[in-house]
Design a protein around this ligand. Structure first.
Ligand code: SAM
Length: 250
């Protein structure tokens, strides 16, 4: 098995700024997904400490919004690194909430000086100023909208479309030439995940990366899609975040 680069203390310190130890990057997962040896990830890993001010701002926004833990998405640094490594033209995601995944795609696209993040989200709005017991952590504090934790200065040229992905995703996909990276993190049912995957399928190409979070709830939708492409499913550790890389045709 390939040796993984050691995680420098400054990387762990950056993860701490975000405030959730689950976000320590999983290099085995990323290396499998990208199809590159772990050593090749070194340059992108070395950039992570530069994200410390962004991570601090995200954590502070969450704390200000009454969220005691940071996020619903546990692999933000892998999103950053894969976007830097693959230099996509189009990143598409469904499910924004406070904006952890979006912030990391945007940061990497900014460093690339090319490519666009297209996000679709139907925000759930929190009823009162403080999050009520039992109310979803993914809801948006009153007066805010999707991506509310991302500092204004870090939003770049973001194509954020508010509404149900059932309505917004088909139109978005028609408008763009390719889907180079896709992340499903919206409505986690087998039927809905299948709908999103089939919607993006015509714009995928060999090398496109497709990911889905919370696949405990989506049955066979992701593995079936992977089989239809002849792709291997890469699971992040023991979590239910999975991904695939579209293979070259045989
Ligand atoms: C798990 S959160 C997304 C977390 C986000 N990726 C992050 O990194 O923090 C799910 C989001 O999807 C939204 N959502 C749920 N069903 C949706 C649908 N059918 N279309 C679009 N957005 C949806 C929710 O309101 C919520 O904002």
């Amino acid at each position: 098995m390939a040796t993984l680069p050691a995680l420098d203390p400054s990387i762990r310190a950056t993860v701490q700024e975000l405030g959730d130890a689950r976000a320590v990057p999983n290099l085995r997962w990323l290396s499998g997904l990208l199809g590159v040896s772990p050593e090749r990830l070194g340059p992108w890993l070395a950039e992570i400490p530069q994200l410390a001010p962004l991570e601090r701002a995200l954590r502070q926004a969450h704390e200000g919004g009454g969220r005691t833990f940071y996020a619903q998405f546990r692999a933000p640094f892998e999103l950053y690194m894969m976007t830097r490594a693959s230099r996509p033209d189009n990143v598409v995601e469904t499910g924004v909430s406070s904006g952890i995944s979006s912030a990391h795609f945007l940061a990497a696209l900014g460093q690339n000086h090319r490519g666009t993040l297209h996000s679709v989200d139907r925000p759930l709005v929190q009823a009162r100023a403080t999050l009520a017991k039992g109310e979803s952590e993914v809801s948006v504090p009153p007066g805010h909208s999707s991506g509310w934790a991302i500092p204004e200065s870090d939003r770049g040229d973001w194509d954020l479309r508010l509404g149900l992905s059932q309505e917004k995703l088909p139109a978005l996909v028609k408008e763009i030439g390719s889907v180079d990276i896709f992340l499903h993190d919206s409505y986690h049912t087998p039927t809905h995940l299948k709908f999103e995957l089939e919607t993006i399928r015509p714009k995928l190409h060999p090398g496109s990366i497709v990911m889905a979070d919370n696949t405990t709830w989506t049955g066979q939708a992701f593995p079936r899609f992977a089989r239809s492409l002849g792709a291997k499913v890469w699971r992040r550790g023991t979590s239910d975040l999975v991904g695939l890389r579209v293979p070259e045709p045989l």
